[in-house]
Design a protein around this ligand. Structure first.
Ligand code: GLU
Length: 303
């Protein structure tokens, strides 16, 4: 018996921390094109859980930019702050399975432990201090998920752009946070719960999240959710090689720009960055060229 693949559902999941810019447009465009090539749905989800980083009004600005670019989403736009019951239920499921534990460590304590352990990497690997219970007098701050023990520590997946990607979750990440010390739900948990609840079959996003994917696949397995396919596109960098963002000098998207400027300063550069050869004088013509160009690019990368 062959099991039919569920219909394609893709998504773009911006955090409302700043307006759309070339870097986020590239991720939006790639996920939109992939959904169109597969005749699938394209959802938009506002990832607004980190209330300290949200900028008022930016969500509406991003949505207006997507529409200005001709990227119309399917269904209602969802917002993570309206879905916290789902994250609570997932945490309860993880607690019932004994997969999580309270952690009292501060960032400073974890940083100090890295120096003692002599880790050179800039990423903080949690040393497991609270894994077997809190030390006397310590108060729980965050909730962490236990990463797998040998022989299941290395998690691999097939990325549609990068090929096979593997990560030793325990050595490279360590037990990771699913509920933060400030009370906010952690991105890793929320994204997995939402993609699962929304039936997302295909995740297309920037390669800065490649490193988060094994954590998300591990969580999907624990929560009994299907594993989506992944495709991580390269990220746009500034002249200093830093990922383009509001903080590293990205130019905010101008929703009032005339079509010629929209094409010249946003759509065509984003398409070129993805390796798509598209010429266009209008937004409609742009997408008429970009969708088959993406299909050809995928074909070429498969070959
Ligand atoms: N909200 C994340 C961001 O803006 C993207 C999450 C994802 O695509 O999984 O970087």
């Amino acid at each position: 018996m062959t099991s039919a693949r569920p219909p394609y559902i893709g998504r773009f999941a911006p955090s409302p921390t700043g307006p759309l810019h070339l870097g986020s447009l590239v991720a939006a465009m790639a996920s939109y094109l992939d959904a169109k090539v597969h005749h699938g749905q394209w959802l938009v989800r506002i990832e607004d859980l980190d209330r300290d980083r949200n900028v008022a009004g930016v969500d509406q600005h991003i949505l207006a930019s997507l529409q200005r670019c001709g990227m119309q989403w399917d269904g209602e736009v969802t917002r993570q702050t309206l879905r916290t019951d789902l994250y609570q239920a997932a945490l309860a499921q993880l607690e019932a399975a004994g997969a999580v534990y309270p952690c009292a460590c501060s960032r400073k304590e974890i940083q100090d432990s890295q120096i003692r352990l002599g880790h050179a990497s800039s990423a903080l690997v949690y040393p497991g201090t609270c894994r077997n219970g809190l030390a006397a007098g310590k108060t729980a701050r965050a909730v962490r998920l236990r990463t797998p023990q040998a022989p299941h520590r290395v998690l691999c997946f097939e990325d549609r752009w990068h090929g096979r990607v593997c990560q030793d979750l325990t050595a490279e990440v360590g037990d990771f946070v699913v509920r933060r010390a400030d009370g906010f739900w952690a991105y890793q948990l929320a994204v997995v719960v939402d993609d699962g609840a929304q039936g997302v079959t295909d995740i297309v996003r920037g390669a800065d999240l490649l490193d988060s994917t094994p954590r998300q696949i591990y969580l999907q397995a624990l929560l009994g959710l299907p594993q989506p396919r992944y495709l991580h596109v390269p990220v746009v960098a500034n002249a200093d090689g830093e990922k383009l963002s509001k903080q590293t000098g990205a130019q905010a998207f101008d929703n009032g720009a005339p079509v010629a400027q929209l094409l010249e300063s946003a759509l065509l550069p984003a398409a070129r960055f993805l390796g798509l050869d598209v010429q266009a004088d209008s937004v409609e013509q742009f997408w008429r060229g970009a969708v088959p160009a993406w299909a050809r690019l995928l074909e070429m990368r498969r070959a």
